[in-house]
Design a protein around this ligand. Structure first.
Ligand code: NZQ
Ligand code: ZN
Length: 399
């Protein structure tokens, strides 16, 4: 095994009624004034926001709650929240929701900690050098933001809106409260999209340019098998505690960086992330659900890049689905078919037409590929490096 550096500082409190520990966790992190961020209505309707505010009140912790974060969260909302938070002067930020809420909470925490800075500064080159401690109460298993070092926002205030991510260790929450029962009110579509995203967070690291860490592979293959087993059960039975708890823990472990460990000499293993980039361009233009964008492009990406390492795709098929076929190409193709069946069982789209509800025109494909390459200025992917023409070919294949 080659050298690596790994750190994941988020304290995880998992299980039924875990949110009752919120005040204790805030206090452990020195919090006395908590700015709470939540989404549309689900966490209010379920009574969770009221309950958490009550728990903080009882512990003598001042708090103020603000909602309105939408899926594919917006810079305009993050700015509004940062302004309100600055006025409240918190020493702790608490996100209650999923990836959209938590990514907004990360943006607000960095902005409040850096007077004179705007939210978008950190997405356009300004280094995050400090932040306000952040905690997460997770209500949807999907993005993995509750433990990840990433945050993704869409800037809706530009002439051409764009969705971008930043990676910094300051994005890691201090704690993540994970009660699977809180996810049982999710619509089936969101459970399916979440399971697809969870699968893809392992996938993006599994199909990397630098490989060669057997334990990392074994862990990744176990994560694939877990979400393939429990994702469809969760979609059918959202009140199945076993399934919803497996999905929840699988979601965090898939994006906590563990399956990204590995290196060749001083070159760290980098994930591929091309499917995520292909999907983010679709979310920018069509506001599509993140997980659904990934399943729509996945098979076309596989077909396009497979020639770079067919044996890797064959290993995936054999270890994840137990496909017992000697020929690598045949095994690899069968692995793609099985994964498409898995995506289908989650209720996810397998093409752009299914995702968007119409077949995109050539002009639309060009616009999506232009967004994906930030105006033809970058390539994406590490398993295979893809330029604008490659990206157009992939979008055409999954049209
Ligand atoms: O707004 P409310 O009413 O709460 O409804 C939400 C929202 O409509 C609903 N929901 C959440 N918990 C619920 C619930 N409905 C009923 N019961 C509950 N318990 O679910 C909908 C989707 O929520 P969202 O937070 O958008 O989902 P997700 O966690 O999938 O987050 C997606 C965002 O995260 C980004 C994506 O790009 C997207 O913007 N990602 C963030 C990452 C990260 N920070 O590490 C990595 C990912 O790859 C991803 O890019
Ligand atoms: Zn994702």
């Amino acid at each position: 095994m080659e050298k690596f550096v790994y750190c994941s500082p988020t304290k995880i409190v998992f299980g039924k009624a875990a949110e009752e520990k919120t005040a204790e966790l805030v206090k452990e992190n020195g919090g006395t004034r908590v700015f709470i961020i939540y989404g549309g209505h689900s966490a209010v309707k379920s009574g969770l926001i009221g309950r958490v505010c009550g728990i903080l009140d009882e512990a003598g912790i001042d708090n103020m709650a603000m909602g309105g974060v939408v899926p594919n969260p917006l810079v305009s909302k993050a700015r509004e929240m940062a302004e309100a938070a600055r006025a409240f002067n918190p020493d702790f930020i608490l996100g209650i929701g999923g990836g959209s809420v938590l990514d907004t909470a990360k943006a607000v925490a960095h902005t409040v900690a850096a007077p004179g800075h705007d939210v978008w500064d950190f997405w356009t080159g300004t280094k995050v050098e400090k932040t306000i401690p952040l905690g997460a109460i997770l209500t949807i298993s999907a993005a993995g933001s509750e433990t990840s070092n990433s945050a993704v926002l869409t800037n809706d205030t530009l002439d051409a809106p764009t969705k971008r991510g930043i990676t910094t260790e300051f994005n890691r929450p201090r704690f993540a409260v994970m009660n699977p029962e809180l996810t049982m009110t999710l619509p089936k579509y969101q459970i399916g999209a979440g399971a697809a995203d969870i699968f893809m967070h392992t996938h993006e690291r599994y199909f990397a340019a630098v490989l060669g860490n057997h334990l990392t592979d074994e862990m990744a293959e176990g994560l694939f098998r877990d979400i393939i087993k429990y994702g469809p059960v969760g979609v059918k039975e959202p009140d199945n505690y076993e399934a919803m708890s497996e999905i929840m823990w699988c979601g965090s472990v898939s994006h906590i960086g563990l399956t990204g460990i590995g290196a060749q000499g001083d070159t760290p293993r980098e994930g591929d992330w091309a499917c995520h980039q292909l999907g983010m361009a679709l979310s920018t233009i069509y506001d599509s659900t993140h997980g659904a964008t990934l399943t729509a492009v996945w098979a076309a990406w596989c077909r396009y890049v497979m020639k770079n390492n067919v044996a890797r795709f064959a290993q995936f098929a054999r270890k994840v689905y137990g496909i017992n076929v000697a020929d690598d190409q045949t095994a690899a193709d069968m692995g793609i078919a099985c994964t498409n069946e898995f995506f289908r069982s989650l209720g996810m789209p397998l093409s752009l037409t299914e995702l968007l509800g119409h077949a995109p025109t050539d002009e639309e494909i060009e616009a999506i590929a232009t967004e994906c390459t930030y105006g033809k200025t970058r390539k994406i992917g590490s398993f295979a490096s893809l330029d604008y023409d490659d990206i157009v070919a992939i979008y055409n294949d999954c049209r």
